[in-house]
Design a protein around this ligand. Sequence first.
Ligand code: ADP
Ligand code: MG
Length: 688
Amino acid sequence: MTRKPLTTLHGVGAALAGKLARLGLDNTFDLLFHLPSRFEDRTHVTPVYQLRHGQPALILGTIEGCQVQFGRRRSLLVGINDAGAFFTMRLFYFNAQQQRALQNGQWIQCFGEARQGAKGLEMVHPEYRVYAEEPKNITSDALTPVYPVTEGVTHARIRKLILAVLDSELAQVKELLPPVILQKYQFMPLADALRILHTPGADDDLAALASHRHPAQQRLAMEELLAHHLALRKLKLQRAELAAPRISITGSSWSRLKFSLAFELTGAQLRAIAEIEQDFTLLRPALRLIQGDVGCGKTLVAAAAALHAADSGYQVAIMAPTELLADQHRRNFESWCKPLGITVGWLTSRLPAAEKRAARAAIESGEVQIAIGTHALFQQSVCFARLGLIIVDEQHRFGVDQRLALKNKGRTDTQAPHQLIMSATPIPRSLSMVYYADLDVSNIDELPPGRKPVNTVVLPNTRREEVQERIRAACALGRQAYWVCPLIEESEVLQAQAATETAALLSAILGEIKVALIHGKMKPAEKDRLMQAFRKNEIDLLVATTVIEVGVDVPNASLMIIENAERLGLAQLHQLRGRVGRGEAQAVCVLMYQAPLGKTSRRRLDILRQTNDGFEIARHDLESRGPGELMGTRQTGDQQLKVANIVRDQALLPLVEQAAGELMNHHAENVGLIIDRWVKHKAHYAEV
Ligand code: ADP
Ligand code: MG
């Protein structure tokens, strides 16, 4: 394959090439794979009397009246007459010259989306052109692809370049999918798919193209998903080449802890532990995801692994996304490790400098065997003497940079520590195939015996009084409750404000009930004191922001109220709900919403009412909100995929797996080529 730099194209100099690079276009092949984001239909002129709201259309008529309207916003209104049917073009940005050109009696063509305005149908800033005479041939023979553009590069320019490379280079684009896969699923050849998308014909199915379900798009989506899946499989193979710390599973600490517990481990916990022990015997760095619903007992599974590592003379790092959660781990591990003579260390960014220094020194000297903390543990200044195992709790809540730092800790060119990732937000299989195929997965699909499912009620905010009564009743029985405040925005300050107001209000209304407030802006010592008091049942009602989302464990709390539940993701709501239902009493979760509730939101909340199964809930979340919610990439969005969409194209995933096997076994030489073609930013894959 010959990819040429873009400057080899006629009319492309260094300046233009630089701008194109901003679109990720570096060579001629990149241009071929720069696909239209949508298609326009200019194959016919739509008579104005047939025009409907929301319809993109090409229309033609004569100008009748052009005037500036002064209102909330100044705009230029151009009346257009098409055989007696009237229609308005509205421009908010215009200059005198433009205004002069729009003279009565001139012909005008507009392409844009029709909208219902105050005075009938209008188009706001359509593409338009004015003619002195009635124009001929304004339609095109085929659909017009519309490409993503960037500042300084016009759409016409990009289209021209693409058409040029389509002529000169398409023949050289190699078909990389194995013939069995192409035949079995009747996928069209790659070159045909690219040609259709760049130059669709008049008879190509616009509806299919618009909904991204055209066979040409499916063909490319398939290859793209395959590329991402293969990249991870390859990463997994590379990881398997590295040496790993030798962790023996015959040490006595874990069995001593196990026998000292007041309960038996569940079958699922034992299975997960056995899988980790099996990983350790393989002498290559494990990378395992332990996923299981809130309360299924992941911490003890982590403890088993940690104690084996400590017994084998290695250090363990346990990292949690919040101070609160890290602290809970610290308490658990301290109580378990003390009798075993194993040293636990503690490091967060909020420790006073001197204590931080001391903690780092103890980690560096190897004195600390199990280090627990927040992401501070993975800062560069922290050097482990003999790091053998990294355990990350709720890793989807960590940012990309933090994950990268984590990946590099304790790693050399030839060896890497073992890694366990614990998550209460199960990753649906479809998602893990494309984003986490380099991980091994253990599912803890069983809760400790005696847990009763949480009863979930959905109520409008207007029925707050009933909810307050419920709190009174629960507290009268000696139980405790949480009240989680609305996520106004992704701003800790605003959340804290809302929570503060709610706490004051509830405290006034509920009189005899002891209300306390906890939020992310509080001093750690203060949070600590409050959590302790809540654990000791000195507080009846804890008003909180979503800081309590992960991990917090207070068995006597049996009532969870969540305000404005319609704003949160299902997985997140499920997590919050998991804070209750850990004790003897029947737990209740009240999801309050701001009426009116749309149909989709209603359905979403109903799902929570109907099921307590985290896997099922995650699947719904994926379908209704896309992968960002589950992967903690809400802000960055799902930028990795260009053509495919994990939800829309789910049906392709079984084929992806089959094709990957076929390629790795019989066409290994194509694997790297497919990855290179589609996976530009491989850093993503180094995250875990
Ligand atoms: P999560 O999976 O949400 O991290 P935890 O590890 O915090 O769950 O465990 C939740 C609670 O269940 C803890 O109080 C823990 O001691 C308890 N627990 C864990 N395993 C069992 C078990 N097999 N039987 C009974 N209780 C258990
Ligand atoms: Mg946990």
